[in-house]
Design a protein around this ligand. Sequence first.
Ligand code: PAF
Length: 281
Amino acid sequence: MKVFNEIEACYGAVRDVQRRGGRVGLVPTMGALHEGHVSLIEAARRRSDSVAVTIFVNPTQFGPNEDFEKYPSDTEADLAACEASGADIVFTPSVETLYPRGFETTIHVSGLTEGLCGAHRPGHFDGVTTIVAKLLNILPADAAFFGEKDYQQLLVIRRMVRDLNLPVEIVACPIVREKDGLACSSRNRYLSPSERSQAAVLSRALFSARDRIAAGHKRVKELVARIRAEILAAGPAKIDYVEIVDAETLDSLTEVDRPARIVLAARIGPCRLIDNVAVKE
Ligand code: PAF
């Protein structure tokens, strides 16, 4: 496994593989790797000749009062996880390397970024699309792998790739969950033991709504009210949103009458957690 901090050397390593006829799979991350990231690296491993991972806590996707300064980081453990799960190339640039003085460009996807996390984290998706576009230029992979936990992010990146004709396949990978159902997240490590056990309510509430939909319930208002009540019954939480949205457009539904996602974001203790499940696939 080769680790690069500099753009040219990393670009060269990816192009070398491709010049020899190999396919490169890219897994962009912000580090603090967990089982979810490992599953992305393994998926990339299965579908590529060479796997590249990026580890970069991207400042432009954090709001002024968010956790950029406190975002967990353990480069040594991350590199060990990359090596163990089969990465060949790891890119660990500095902020100055990716955002040199005078950096002035932003990629903005409209529409899909307006609701859900976009409404609660102004500018977040501009930061995501800008850094992902940069990473796709620095590591011009054949395919890039993203988790469905960040479902809105996945659709926004797909749209950017389509709209800008970026020559990369975007591969969606399923959510990896801990034993009690909590979706794996780097932020889970901020939770105290009691907050950690309370947090399992998020997936429980999603799964029971999914079961109710499978049993024929359709009215979004009632389904959402139940999810919110279930979350709040488990302990103090601040719910940013619970919505049932069209799986492609993210438009809010009033009836679950097509492929949809139940999506939520809630704060438990210091931690903002997101999760979602597919319904009527
Ligand atoms: O999902 C993430 O970890 C980040 O948003 C990403 C895609 C690596 C961009 O910084």
